[in-house]
Design a protein around this ligand. Structure first.
Ligand code: GCU
Length: 670
């Protein structure tokens, strides 16, 4: 591909984890031989040139990058069935003497293999004898941008949207290529450039030309285009009297629209749909089910192998039914009714991307419906882009949660990768944190969340710690002591936020609308289920929301194993205690403390965590580029002020109910 090389420096964060100058490396061979003449093989050559310039190792051998054939298989002793072991995106890397081979069944596989080798080099792994075979565990690994056509990004904290619809399709900004490279390097193979609160205009011929331009740019990087759509598009765009999914004219409208899209974008991935949620139109407007709506779209996409990601994030302002119950109750009865090119996209937890939630009870409850997991990379409820929160640990916790749906070991990851219920259609979505800021994500460390999403989407068995280590070495420093210090900042960083915002299972206490800063006292919003008081239910007696059988009975949606445990506070994991129980202020915690004292201690602990991060960051100063150091240093100062703000506001507010003193040994709120 004729791609201009951007002249942006690595130090300001622009190059993400593709700096290639943190550690100056040489090609791990004497020469490079990339075989092929596709856009993708050109990208591979370009990437090696960026990484190594003209530097080659002393070894005399050749690094061969070439699609699999019998001769290569024999020469590199790959075994008879190597081809059968590889998916279309999989790759092998194998050394033989001084030579090394990257091979795959497709050029995209070669690209993934090349990025994997680069990662091995730049994270300083041994290359003496390499023998790697990898396939992605989840097939559709998609970034969901909540970006509007006017470049506002809903829940975006890194500046304007990177998608400049005004200038497209002619202006093919360099950023699009850099975006595609970054995604390909971590295995992301799908993108939805438009907000789930979709604008119908995206499906007009004018916008589809712009979408096509983007799709053409990202295609050689293995990335497919998907679009979020507005369910009422037939009415909004062409004046149809209805958007009822069972109306033949509506069905035809979508079929014609699909044909129009595939004419422009033959490998179009499909639609992402938010329907009958937070005011969005949907099949429910016509008394039809989510399955009716999804299947109508699925039928239109089916001839072209497109899929529908139908979101399960639905809840109504229902006085009878507590919010966390609603998605399960709407979707479980529809299990088995969706067409085979529909995948239901479920947020990791049953409420909404809180610093900590239990896993959504939908995981494991729909054996006949493939489920994609939706994670939020952007930090809507975790301090936007000023708080340092490494979310690899959150994503890992969400993946590793054991639903017990088919006995122990029925993890959410196995639901999502299709292995638990034997599904071929598998997907995972991450709500992106990109924007026009030089460093893409607002906070340098927020880059690690984009990175971690991609790596875990490819291989959910990787540990959050391993991924953090990879990211640090490629982005910040390879100096071992500094790497260890930074890892020690990242690994507990999300927990610190849980502690100073919403410890012990508290949730949704952020201030109204924007979700930044504390607002546990808010109780005047238009909808009860948007008010923080709905979630903490503090009173003179105690705090927490009772979701047991005596309360909202959300526990009944989980497998019996969890039902039993969540039923009693003593057997509920401590970090989810107040998610499931309303407990007296003097309730005795396992360590003998009262609930009130423990709660307050957590708030203080979170602030101490930020102090710890600050002191570690000062220690690594000599090993970090000055500009990167400064950006993070300043953000940590903001985080410090705001952690105290969260602590003091929360403790003082809850104290008005508990009427108990701050426990001994803790300083008074500031
Ligand atoms: C949250 C978020 C909204 C978003 C919604 C969704 O409620 O605050 O901005 O639209 O999730 O996921 O659809």
């Amino acid at each position: 591909a004729a791609v201009a090389v951007p002249d942006f420096s690595g130090e300001d964060g622009y190059k993400l984890w593709q700096r290639y100058d943190v550690f100056n490396a040489a090609l791990p061979a004497g020469s490079l031989n990339v075989v092929g003449d596709s856009d993708t093989t050109h990208i591979i050559r370009d990437e090696f040139r960026r990484a190594f310039g003209n530097r080659v190792s002393e070894k005399q051998g050749t690094l061969i990058v070439q699609q699999l054939n019998n001769e290569l298989a024999a020469r590199f002793k790959l075994g008879d069935n190597v081809s059968a072991q590889l998916s279309d995106e999989g790759f092998i890397i194998k050394s033989l003497g001084d030579d090394m081979l990257i091979s795959a069944k497709t050029d995209i596989g070669l690209l993934y293999g090349s990025y994997h080798l680069l990662r091995m080099v730049f994270t300083q792994q041994s290359l003496d004898t390499v023998n790697v075979l990898q396939n992605p565990k989840i097939k559709r690994r998609v970034l969901n941008h909540w970006d509007d056509l006017d470049r506002h990004t809903e829940r975006g904290y890194a500046g304007e949207s990177i998608f400049d619809w005004h200038r497209l399709p002619v202006d093919k900004d360099q950023r699009y290529y850099d975006y595609a490279r970054a995604n390909a390097s971590i295995g992301i193979n799908g993108m939805v450039p438009l907000n789930v609160n979709a604008n119908a205009l995206i499906l007009t011929p004018m916008y589809l030309q712009k979408v096509k331009a983007l799709a053409d740019i990202v295609r050689p990087y293995g990335i497919k285009m998907y679009l979020s759509i507005k369910f009422s598009s037939p009415q909004q765009l062409d004046g149809l009297p209805t958007s009822d999914p069972l109306d033949p004219a509506v069905q035809q409208w979508w079929q014609a629209k699909a044909a129009e899209i595939y004419q422009l974008i033959p490998d179009f991935g499909g639609f992402l749909v938010k329907a009958n949620s937070e005011g969005q139109p949907g099949p429910g407007d016509y008394d039809r089910t989510h399955a009716d709506g999804a299947n109508m779209l699925a039928k239109a996409l089916k001839p072209y192998k497109g899929v529908v990601f139908w979101r399960a994030f639905v809840y109504a302002n229902d006085a009878e039914k507590e919010r966390s119950l609603q998605a399960f109750d709407e979707f479980v009865p529809l299990d088995g009714e969706f067409m085979d090119n529909v995948i239901v996209q479920v947020k990791n937890g049953p409420i909404d991307f809180q610093p900590r939630e239990p896993f959504s009870p939908l995981f494991g409850a729909t054996p006949n419906t493939p489920l994609a997991m939706e994670l939020q990379i952007t930090q809507e409820y975790l301090g936007f882009s000023t708080h340092l929160a490494y979310l690899g640990t959150l994503f890992e916790e969400a993946m590793d949660a054991d639903t017990h749906a088919k006995g122990p070991g029925s993890t959410v990851a196995k639901v999502v990768d299709g292995s638990l219920f034997n599904h071929q259609l598998t997907g995972i979505a991450g709500v992106a944190n990109t924007g026009m800021q030089r460093n893409w994500t607002g906070h340098i460390f927020a880059q690690s969340n984009w990175y971690a999403f991609g790596r875990l989407a490819w291989d959910h068995t990787l540990s959050a710690e391993h991924i953090a280590n990879e990211w640090i070495k490629q982005t910040l420093t390879v100096e071992p002591d500094a790497v260890a210090q930074i890892e020690a900042m990242m690994m507990p960083s999300r927990e610190y936020i849980v502690e100073y915002m919403t410890p012990l299972g508290l949730h949704h206490l952020m201030d109204s609308g924007h979700h930044y800063g504390p607002g546990p006292w808010v109780d005047n919003l238009g909808r009860a289920d948007w008010n923080p008081v709905y979630y903490h239910r503090a009173d003179k007696q105690g705090i927490g929301i009772d979701r047991t059988a005596a309360g909202t009975n959300a526990v009944s949606q989980y497998a019996p194993y969890w039902q039993e445990r969540f039923a009693q506070p003593q057997s509920t994991p401590k970090e989810l205690l107040l998610w499931f129980h309303h407990l007296p202020w003097d309730y005795t915690m396992p360590n003998g403390e009262t609930l009130w004292n423990e709660l307050v201690r957590y708030y203080y602990r979170g602030v101490e965590g930020v102090t710890d991060m600050q002191s570690r960051w000062q220690q690594v100063k000599p090993y970090i580029d000055a500009n990167q150091f400064r950006q993070v240093d300043m953000a940590l100062q903001i985080q410090m002020q705001e952690a105290k703000w969260w602590r003091d506001a929360s403790v003082l507010y809850f104290q008005t109910f508990s009427e108990r003193p701050i426990p001994d040994g803790l300083p008074k709120p500031e």
